[in-house]
Ligand binder design. Sequence first.
Ligand SMILES: *Cc1c(COP(=O)(O)O)cnc(C)c1O
Length: 398
Amino acid sequence: MQDFNPADNIQDLQYFGEFGGVNPSITDSSTYTFLQAGKMEEIFEHEIEGCYLYSRHWNPSNRYLAQALAKMEGTEMASVTASGMGAISCAILQLCSAGDEIVSSRTIYGGTYAFFKNFLPKFNIRTNFVDTTNLDQVRAAITPNTKVIYCETISNPMLAISDIRALSQVAKENNCKLVVDNTFSPMIFSPARLGADVVVHSMTKFINGMSDCVAGAICGTKEFIDSLSDVNAGASMLLGPVLDSFRSASILKNLRTLHIRMKQHSLNAMALAKKLDADGYTIIYPGLEKHREHELMKTMMNPEYGFGGLFVIDMGTHEKANQLMEAMQHANIGYLAVSLGSYKTLFSAPGGSTSSEIPEEERIQMGLTDGLVRVSIGLDNNIDRTYEMMSQCLKGMN
Ligand SMILES: *Cc1c(COP(=O)(O)O)cnc(C)c1O
């Protein structure tokens, strides 16, 4: 892995604006002219490098951002979408047809879970939910119809870590594709380098990092990314979750500071998790040695970016969880809000909110109890000060 660094790869890209601007120009056009009629016919048959047809298909601003994301993930190519769910739904619908099956981690983002569980059966695509940290369970769930194995690098909200190398092996043996959602850990993990076939992101979170927009990305082989924008059969082209070029340009600028932000998020989360754990609170954080997959994570991560910006504190009951969140918001430690990866600390109780799509019995199976508070640590300048404030909130509880 020493030869691969996501931040260096992005830095090595050189884009100029059309007037030599140090940022690429933003394309402000829905459609593009052709000098020869024949060229337009050709692009309906196959992609032509540097040639644009219509902005739902591709536009230069989205290309620039997509190139940078492909560099970050070490894939041949990438494409961008108007949301993380747009990326996930398009990637899955491109890979699966009626009659196919998915083997998915049970601890995934609530929207993805609902898409698999409630929406895909309309197309006769079925999902077996398993614990993807248990390879025997994954193998046992695979049938001749399985096309996709799906997991998150650091799972939402339990922060479990799947062995991407091993899952990729299982996928290869069974002729299916491994799709990994890397939203929680951009730069920390490079799933494609560990064998994932497709990497998806909600750029809404860390990648953009400013809590000012919703966006997504799909990274994979050139063949797969081209298939998504195929004018006759591409899920992105035909379902149409196109990212606006103005937003794309602003996300590209925020991507420039992602490596610095990820390091700070990780440093802050590690410091808080360590101290609160030492104080006797129940903390789930992959950077703690007691975390079940701590050692596994060390074998997969790009170490300079740390163990990520999220930890979970178990308050025991729903009431206590709510009480803590209200106290933390009152103390201005952060906001009681869904989402994550922001410059400001954000917290929510997944049991009653972002994971409420998951039925109670399955939540119990995965250890997702009502007392959990998921905390996405911001870019706080002085984390000891934040710790003092959080301690006050915890001590002030009855
Ligand atoms: C937020 C999130 C999504 C969905 O992304 P949107 O941009 O909200 O559509 C998918 N996966 C994970 C892990 C997320 O946190």
